[in-house]
Design a protein around this ligand. Structure first.
Ligand code: HEM
Length: 365
């Protein structure tokens, strides 16, 4: 049962991730500042961990040798992965035009993304987003050790960004925005990969059972644990997480000029291009469809024209019918799973040119 209050969340804005932050500090001290911006941060942490069992780096590595403190139901976990994979094309749409845009409206959390500038007119928006898709692919198709390694890399990247922003000239306005990549923001962002995707799929017409929703949430709870979230923010089921997500939304989702710049950079970069080839106006209206009129008005997003509205209604009924049929005809579910897996692997491979992401810190400001 989720027992978190507004005061708790206020405190969570000042809480970061000491395990990763201390390991990063150690790398910077022993190997120099340059090392934390390089390709081999994880290698450096592993090397320093081997040198001394008593070091922060050793403790960071040890963390990944354990399983989570709750009993992971691997069958549910697998069911959650299938939910995403067989709907991967639509889940991709939700992640890009729903989850991301709604995270941009978080007026405290978005300051970190604005500060690094990868999602901006001068940034490398496309690569940044496909690297995140690579991570999602690891979560829904990789083995548990691949997931752990992806989490290690992203967690260290988060620690490097945090360190950079706290030490940069002019520092960071902790009193206004909280610490960079703090625990409340981690919980809010985790939900954009988890319950917000479920919500977006339902908006499109994909109907999921309570068990499927819980199964998908279980998967991301596991990811949250390995990304360094504290146990009090890791929810036990979909309903709890949706509640926490909405609590954070009410506190944070107040679009500001940074939200508009981030959203515009995303919509412009992908307008009429792969992977979805949606026009600027259609994708802008799609974002409105996902995040709702109140937030969309503040971001200045478009509305569907009559034809697009008809297409969306049609899609809704096609997806509803398909979900109904999949429950009764198992080979249809298998076929959609195979197609989803192929689509996800192909998009990730082509978009990154077959190269794995480096997960290194880049700053474009
Ligand atoms: C628990 C939820 C989160 C997940 C699953 C997640 C996932 C990721 C992934 C996969 C990357 C690598 C992307 C790349 O290398 O291009 C990344 C990088 C990054 N993340 Fe997160 N993240 C989470 C929370 C957050 C939060 C709360 C913030 C800030 C408020 C944040 C800010 C960043 C930044 C600044 C980067 C570096 C790339 C950039 O400058 O845009 N992340 N994250």
């Amino acid at each position: 049962m989720l027992a978190i209050s507004e005061e708790d969340l206020n405190r969570k804005r000042l809480e970061c991730d000491p395990l990763a932050d201390n390991a990063m500090e150690e790398v910077a001290r022993v190997r120099g500042e340059k090392a934390i911006k390089g390709h081999y941060v994880l290698r450096a942490v592993q090397d320093l961990g081997r040198l001394s069992e008593d070091s922060h780096c050793a403790r960071f590595i040890e963390f990944y040798e354990q399983e989570p403190p709750w009993e992971v139901d691997w069958q549910m976990w697998e069911l959650g992965r299938r939910v995403f994979v067989r709907n991967s094309v639509f889940a991709g749409l939700v992640l890009m035009y729903g989850s991301l845009v709604s995270s941009f409206t978080a007026a405290y959390g978005n300051k970190v993304l604005s500060a690094t500038g990868r999602i901006s007119p001068n940034g490398d928006v496309r690569r940044r987003l496909f690297e995140t898709l690579f991570f999602v692919r690891a979560v829904v198709l990789g083995s548990s050790s691949e997931i752990k390694e992806a989490c290690m890399r992203v967690r260290l990247l988060h620690a490097a960004v945090r360190r950079h922003l706290l030490h940069r000239d002019g520092g960071w306005e902790i009193e206004n925005f909280g610490c960079p990549i703090n625990q409340e923001d981690l919980a809010g962002t985790l939900s954009t990969f988890s319950s917000v995707v479920v919500d977006g799929l339902e908006i499109l017409g994909v109907s999921l059972s309570k068990t499927e929703k819980d199964a998908y949430q279980t998967l991301w709870k596991y990811v949250g644990f390995y990304l360094g979230m504290t146990s009090d923010l890791l929810c036990d089921n979909y309903e709890e997480e949706w509640k926490l997500c909405n609590m954070i939304r009410v506190r944070q989702c107040k679009p500001d000029p940074d939200s508009v710049v981030l959203t515009e950079a995303l919509l412009q970069e992908f307008a009429s291009k792969n992977p979805f080839y949606l026009s600027y106006n259609f994708s802008s209206s799609l974002s409105r469809h996902f995040i709702g009129d109140d937030l969309a008005d503040e971001l200045g997003l478009s509305r569907f024209n009559m034809l697009s509205q008809v297409i969306m209604n049609l899609l809704y009924w096609i997806l509803r019918t398909s979900c109904f049929t999949q429950r009764r005809v198992s080979f249809l579910e298998h076929g959609l799973y195979k197609f989803g897996k192929y689509a996800l692997n192909t998009i990730v491979h082509l978009s990154l040119g077959g190269r794995e992401p480096s997960f290194i810190m880049k700053v474009y400001s």
